[in-house]
Design a protein around this ligand. Structure first.
Ligand SMILES: Cc1ncc(COP(=O)(O)O)c(C=O)c1O
Length: 333
């Protein structure tokens, strides 16, 4: 195995990417039970703690698979760097893997991502192209497409929104873990839509193995929302890998309901999650409301540490008590 020292001006890739220890740490995340949120006996609620991946989010899975496919196909090869648009977590995963496998990473990122994310991207040594915050993730996508078209020999454009390796990562790992960790008892899978890779890949595999499973996708309730990582499909560039027909139910979640649940999760279960994970739990509780018996599983894509500088987690304890009362109403309405 050869590993060039430092970040390359001339790329030298690992002979076998699987020899990277960071890659071998991705996946096999814990599935935790959220007993305090279970509305009655007969309802079990679980969440995959994706913050336990080495890059701190679910996006390590997709990024690793995208990179391994690109190395195998020769799309990513010596002399070329990886380029993509990302609102943060995929970028952190690419930047981490670029450092571990020794290739340059260029990311188009909306400039309003949290301070913690900016620092993480820079810590791993990625080159960042900041894009207009008012254009959100769609502005970053447009910029990445432009750069890729202008310099096709310099970049491998990973295009996570249209890359089948994204959902396949979840088909082969996340879904298999959920089936194993629930002993095949999962009845409902609930997940937010960003690129839609997590929902499409996990959902497809669960349906394949258990055709009676119910798949619930989660979107923000409006174009202007605070559910970082999720897309409002009617008003966004729709990812090519997204197929709305897979979901049995598509739920809309308000930012306020997710904020309140995020605070409750931190204070009642000791689990700090990002807003998209909290939105997933809101979706779980709404799905569970009319049910007698069910095993519901959601994904917490990342941890709340990444958002502390601008997050509702910073509110005080009396606000938390109000949340408990108000989420009971908001969540099931
Ligand atoms: C915090 C967060 N939540 C949810 C998602 C959505 O995951 P996916 O892109 O697999 O739909 C992302 C994607 O970047 C994310 O960063």
């Amino acid at each position: 195995m050869t590993l060039a020292a430092g970040r390359p001006s001339e790329t030298v890739l690992l002979a076998d990417p699987l020899e990277s220890s960071v890659l071998t740490c991705i996946g096999s995340t814990p599935l935790v039970r959220l007993r305090r949120f279970e509305p009655r006996a007969g309802i079990e609620i679980y969440a995959k703690l994706e913050s336990r991946n080495p890059g701190g989010s679910v996006k390590d899975r997709a990024a690793a698979r995208i990179i391994q496919d690109a190395l195998r196909s020769g799309g990513l090869r010596p002399g070329r760097g990886l380029l993509d648009a990302t609102s943060g977590n995929t970028g952190i995963a690419y930047a981490m893997l670029g450092a571990a496998l020794n290739f340059p990473v260029t990311l188009c990122v909306p400039s309003n991502v949290s301070q913690e994310r900016k620092q993480l991207l820079q810590a791993y040594g990625a080159e960042i192209v900041w894009t207009d915050p008012l254009e959100g993730s769609d502005g970053a996508i447009r910029r990445a497409r432009k750069l890729a078209a202008e310099e096709p020999t310099k970049y491998y454009y990973a295009d996570q929104y249209n890359n089948d390796a994204n959902w396949r990562a979840h088909y082969e790992t996340t879904a298999v873990e959920i089936l194993e960790q629930t002993g095949g008892r999962v009845t409902h899978f609930v997940a937010g839509l960003g690129t839609s890779g997590t929902f499409m890949g996990t959902g497809r595999r669960l349906k394949h193995e258990k055709p009676d499973v119910t798949l619930v996708s989660i979107q923000p309730d409006s174009a202007w929302h605070g559910l970082e990582g999720l897309k409002h499909m009617e008003t966004a560039i729709v990812p090519g890998i997204y197929d709305p027909a897979l979901a049995d139910v598509d739920l809309r979640v308000e930012t306020e309901a997710a904020s309140a649940i995020m605070r409750r999760l931190a204070r009642e279960e000791g689990i700090l999650v990002g807003m998209s994970g909290a939105a997933g739990l809101v979706g779980v509780l709404r799905t569970a409301a009319p049910l007698e018996r069910a095993v519901l599983v959601t994904v917490f894509p990342d941890g709340g540490e990444r958002y502390l500088s601008d997050s509702p987690l910073s509110r005080d304890a009396s606000a938390a008590r109000e949340d408990q009362a108000s989420t009971q109403e908001q969540v099931v309405s």
